[in-house]
Write a protein that binds this ligand. Sequence first.
Ligand code: GLV
Ligand code: MN
Ligand code: MN
Length: 363
Amino acid sequence: MESLGMSVSVDSAGNLRGLHQGLHQDAPRLLIGSHLDTVPCAGAFDGVLGVVLSIAVVESLNGRRLPFAIEIVGFSEEEGVRFGVPFIGSRALIGTLDAALLEKKDAHGRTVAQAIRDFGLDPSRMSEAILKEQVLGYLEFHIEQGPVLDELGLPLGVVEAIVGQTQARVSFRGRANHAGTTPMHLRHDAVGAIAEWILAVESEARATPGLVATVGQMETFPGASNVIAGEARASLDVRHASDAQRTAGVDRILSAAKDIAERRGLKFECSVTEDQQTVACDPNLVLAVEKAVAHAGFPLHRMTSGAGHDAMILAQKVRVAMLFLRSPSGISHHPDERVLPDDVAAAVNTGLRFLEELEKLHA
Ligand code: GLV
Ligand code: MN
Ligand code: MN
């Protein structure tokens, strides 16, 4: 970004930000980008492709100034892996990376604030990251991470909504005891209980069209082969395009957990770490993206995003839109995640056309 003459900085939440000035000092700005972090054993494209693609779009301008400035944002922490809370970088831009979130701890007991200090930044200056300028909107480029575009044989998709998500941590607490001496009918086995519940989560999601529910992480304590587990903890991730269906699904899943715990003589606890509603993209920006796709010569396809994105957080303050690139075989959050070079070229071309659409609107 520096070599393109952009002013580059890292804000107090670790977001990488680069500004391509507009024609005038006080021109409004358009945000484009995606996130820089990943999940464990990730592929190479979820997040960072959108940042690099944004830089390629600005590079293609060849230094041309527009009636608006372009700020590229590489969000620092979108996945929520380390602290159990996603979208930390984008929350900083809208002023909701607050004291409670700064105190959240990772698995080693380090807080978000300490992690920010370890990185050489100052969490007490978080308000400096907040968007202050007039913002025209945010366009995020991202791989689809699902099979829809690949099955349709289309390179690009225009996102009209991002589905809501609930994330929670659950714990079943029973009683640890000796694996050899404790008869089966006298056990309060936390692993038995959580195993039964995980299958209930799967059945609940299978029984509700459009509902997806995932237990992706589990720990057992004390965690020895000859000890009946006294406690088992797990993550829960539930998503549906309808907020009402999602929250009803979560209620049924949690009530199944309480029943299982009661029947087996265990204690169940749940703490909801994220309750994010479905977010609609801005209709005018969606239209501008569609025009850009058409001018670039590609077929149109509108779709919802099942994955969460920083755009859904920014939507609380600014108009948002997203352009998806086909994910070959629909694989993501996996090292086999891929993208086709021609699709990347199509997205860069569409990004340029999108800037032209906005230029017409703001000339
Ligand atoms: C982000 O990748 C998410 O949807 O969890
Ligand atoms: Mn991801
Ligand atoms: Mn992502």
